[in-house]
Design a protein around this ligand. Sequence first.
Ligand SMILES: [Zn+2]
Length: 60
Amino acid sequence: MADEIDLAQDREEIARVDAIRRATKPLEPGMPGECDLCGEWSGRLVRGACAPCRDKWRLP
Ligand SMILES: [Zn+2]
């Protein structure tokens, strides 16, 4: 049961973070810069997130 609750909370958090980022930072895909999520510099941010963070948050 605990695992199911954790997963549900993770999905809510992902949806919330994604919605906030889309609402506040309409970045072009593939821009170099600092990742919104981890603060690391990346040569290719997609919607403000670096590749490791896109994997972590299951972003496209
Ligand atoms: Zn990142």
